[in-house]
Design a protein around this ligand. Structure first.
Ligand SMILES: *Cc1c(COP(=O)(O)O)cnc(C)c1O
Length: 423
């Protein structure tokens, strides 16, 4: 029995069974016509009929990671070739060519002196590593009083315990019920005066300011201005606080910047999701020289004591290398800018009384509605139009694969608009 994510198992809908996935299309084994028609009689009639296996455009890139679409032939080939050699060896006392090449590539590719790559198997773990690294940084330099994290309201940093605490996701507020508010986490809104005030008040106690830069994903596709991050960088410098960018979602072009770190340089950057082009789970916590130097010592106690079993997995590393190669070779940044243009073409001026706001940035577009009830039934509606979507709470959004063709992108966006125009 599979225990599905974020679901009440008792009431969850039957999951859609995917039998094939290529490019932007999921090939879903949809229920046959009769069972669909029963549930949704009025909408069913004037829409294309569901066949048993139909291509469905994935509007959300499988939780935002499939930037090249599914089953990219070159990434698949790289994985196959490496699997013939070996799939995995641990990094405990061992190393190998794919992980060496990936760390070198990331060091070159990432801005500034973000050069020291610690690999792990998921974004949550990579955030844990970043937090642990930041805390120990201060221990190593003799500032043990810094024990608090500063993070953003509505932030999401993963599902493990420390990342839940650093985050501010309503779904996790049950931990507040049992533990009470954690005095070691300070949440600040994305407004500069409040940020300045929080730094003034807490700067002696905090060991990091961690943010999802520019775009807060799971917290509701909230977007804020780069000037906030520039000010955060200044304040971190002024007060000697480490700045961590959790770019698990925003990295690899999603905001319209390759990395937000290209604009404002953090001390530690966390990468995940699209790192391997979405083909295998992997993540990286990349530190700058200053952080690394605080660990580099003759003193064994100053070492970073962490080591996920599957860190630096060879299949993941070759997938990531190929993904980055494709990103550069095929000028993905211009693809992303083109996606933004189409967002504007389709959505500028679009409004409806049920809608609170339409916002867009890079390869992300979100319609926030006033009442979550107005999104009820959207997923089924979209499926019948050949689009897979997964709205949550008040947010109907798309983060398409970057390789999406204009027609398919317009199909996604028109589906979103037409939903509000149903009488
Ligand atoms: C998805 C996500 C994570 C967690 O990554 P997992 O691989 O799901 O553990 C962390 N931070 C941000 C910003 C994310 O979007």
């Amino acid at each position: 029995m599979i225990w599905y994510p974020y679901e009440q198992m008792k009431t969850m809908k039957e999951p859609i069974k995917i039998v094939d996935a290529k490019g932007v299309y999921l090939y879903a084994e949809l229920p046959d016509e009769d069972s669909v028609a029963e549930g949704h009689s009025s909408l069913q009639r004037d829409t294309p009929r569901c066949k048993r296996t139909v291509p469905t455009i994935d509007a959300v890139s499988s939780w935002w990671c499939q930037i090249h679409g599914y089953c990219n032939p070159e990434i698949t080939e790289a994985i196959k070739a490496q699997a013939d050699n070996f799939s995995h060896v641990m990094l405990g006392g061992l190393t190998h060519d794919p992980v060496q090449r990936l760390s070198k590539k990331l060091a070159e590719w990432l801005p500034g002196d973000l050069n020291y790559c610690f690999f792990s198997d998921s974004g949550s773990v990579a955030v844990e590593v970043a937090l642990k690294m930041a805390l120990q940084y201060y221990v190593n330099i003799g500032q043990k009083h810094r024990i608090k994290i500063m993070s953003l309201t509505h932030s999401y940093h993963g599902d493990t315990f420390k990342t839940m605490e650093a985050g501010d996701d309503e779904d996790y507020h049950f931990i507040l019920e049992v533990y009470g508010e954690n005095p070691n986490v300070i949440h600040v809104p994305t407004t500069i005066p409040e940020l300045e005030e929080a730094f003034e008040k807490h700067h002696e106690d905090i060991y990091c300011f961690i943010v999802e830069p520019l775009l807060q994903g799971a917290g509701g596709m909230r977007m804020y201005d780069i000037s906030y991050l520039r000010r955060a960088r200044e304040l971190c410098d002024q007060y000697g606080v480490l700045l961590i960018f959790d770019e698990v979602a925003t990295g690899f072009g999603r905001t319209g910047y390759r990395f937000v770190a290209d604009e404002v340089l953090p001390d530690i950057i966390v990468l995940g999701k699209a790192l391997t082009g979405g083909h295998i789970g992997h993540a990286a916590t990349v530190a700058n020289q200053k952080v690394y130097d605080a660990f580099y010592s003759d003193d064994a106690d100053k070492a970073l004591m962490h080591g996920p079993t599957f860190m630096g997995n060879a299949l993941a590393c070759v997938a990531a290398l190929k993904s980055i190669e494709l990103f550069e070779k095929n000028d993905y940044m211009s693809k992303i800018h083109h996606i933004t243009e189409i967002f504007h073409e389709e959505m500028d001026g679009f409004s409806h009384e049920a809608i609170k706001e339409v916002r867009m940035m890079g390869g992300c577009l979100c319609i926030e509605v006033k009442d979550p009830a107005s999104l009820k039934g959207y997923q089924e509606y979209a499926l019948r139009r050949g689009v897979f979507a997964r709205p949550f709470l008040s947010y109907l959004y798309t983060m398409p694969p970057y390789i999406i063709e204009d027609d398919d992108l317009r199909t996604i966006l028109r589906c979103m608009k037409e939903w509000f125009q149903i009488p």
